[in-house]
Design a protein around this ligand. Structure first.
Ligand SMILES: C[S@@+](CC[C@H](N)C(=O)[O-])C[C@H]1O[C@@H](n2cnc3c(N)ncnc32)[C@H](O)[C@@H]1O
Length: 293
């Protein structure tokens, strides 16, 4: 199966089995279009593209630098690939210390001098930096012109990280999709859609380009519920009954998840919710109370 191109904080990559067990994937007869409102690194739309080769895909994210890169991979492949290969060659040279110096030397180019370059080259540079950065975190510091500026990772990677075969397969999934750079609330949902929403976690440090507070979570649930569609939403449970107030409680499933995050190279354990209005006849489905007991 096609893999995401880089780690992405909050990415669903490692949850495929748990999601499958929770009946995340509806029967193919139940929808025509899959809409990923918060696509991020794309783990979920890759599962869906693989499982339903004939369905229409709509992929959206508010992050303009990320979506521009996806569009360049999809639409400008013949120009993108030589730039990508040029940067891969550079990033494969040297020891980790030299690679880190190289990464650091490209940050000002990416953040401040980007408009002196071909935008497709800047997207290729972004992809190489995102593959080699610290823990798949997206940072866009003010002092770096509010553009991508995540610090370098360990820089001990091997050439396989830059595999062009997977990139080509990813491009082909993008070619099947409508790719949008909107706030989720501006996405037009076609009839017979299956809508997936994986917004930033509640109660998380600011990790994406835009903050998403509880008021936004409430607005998102209203937006989802006003559409007649299959829906699924993923988020974090912090034991304050928040989700039970927004959605019918028999639509809420609980699961454990571990993810690497922020400060230090630490792994965090969280309880996630997978809220959905289909496939909830799961045997021994835990409730909030018995999940924690
Ligand atoms: C948890 S991540 C999604 C992870 C994704 N499902 C994956 O597996 O890689 C949340 C995403 O929401 C995006 N985002 C934040 N606010 C948004 C908004 N108002 N509309 C659309 N996307 C938004 C962020 O840029 C980020 O990519």
């Amino acid at each position: 199966m096609v893999k995401p191109l880089f780690k992405w904080t909050g990415g669903k990559n490692r949850l495929l089995e748990k999601y499958t067990n929770l009946n995340f994937f509806p029967d193919s007869s139940e929808f025509d279009t899959y809409v990923d409102l918060f696509a991020g690194g794309g783990a979920t739309f890759l599962w869906v593209a693989n499982r339903y080769p004939d369905k229409k895909l709509i992929i959206n994210d508010l992050n303009t630098e990320l979506v521009t890169m996806y569009l360049h991979i999809r639409n400008e492949w013949d120009t993108f690939l030589p730039y990508y290969e040029k940067y891969v060659k550079e990033f494969m040279r040297g020891d980790p210390k030299e690679r880190k110096e190289l990464y650091d030397s490209y940050k000002p180019v990416y953040s401040f001098e980007y408009d002196k370059y071909d935008p497709i080259e800047i997207s290729a540079l972004l992809l190489v930096m995102m593959k080699t950065n610290f823990n798949g975190i997206w940072k866009n510091y003010i002092k770096w012109n509010n553009r991508y500026s995540t610090p370098a990772g360990t820089m001990t990677y091997k050439e396989g990280l830059f595999n062009v075969g997977n990139l080509i397969q990813f491009r082909d999934v993008l070619r099947r999709a409508e790719v949008l750079n909107l706030c989720y609330s501006d996405v037009v949902i076609p009839e017979r859609s299956w809508v997936f929403a994986d917004p930033p976690y509640r109660d998380s440090e600011k990790m994406y380009s835009d903050q998403f507070d509880d008021e936004d979570q409430v607005k998102l649930s209203e937006y989802i519920l006003k559409h007649e569609c299959l829906y699924a939403e993923s988020n974090k449970e912090i034991g304050d009954e928040f989700w039970n107030k927004l959605y019918p409680s028999n639509n809420i499933n609980y699961l454990d998840h571990k993810y690497t995050c922020g400060q230090g190279d630490s792994t965090k354990h969280v309880t996630e919710v997978l809220i959905k209005n289909y496939g909830n006849n799961i045997q021994k489905q835990p409730t909030l109370t018995n999940f924690f007991s």
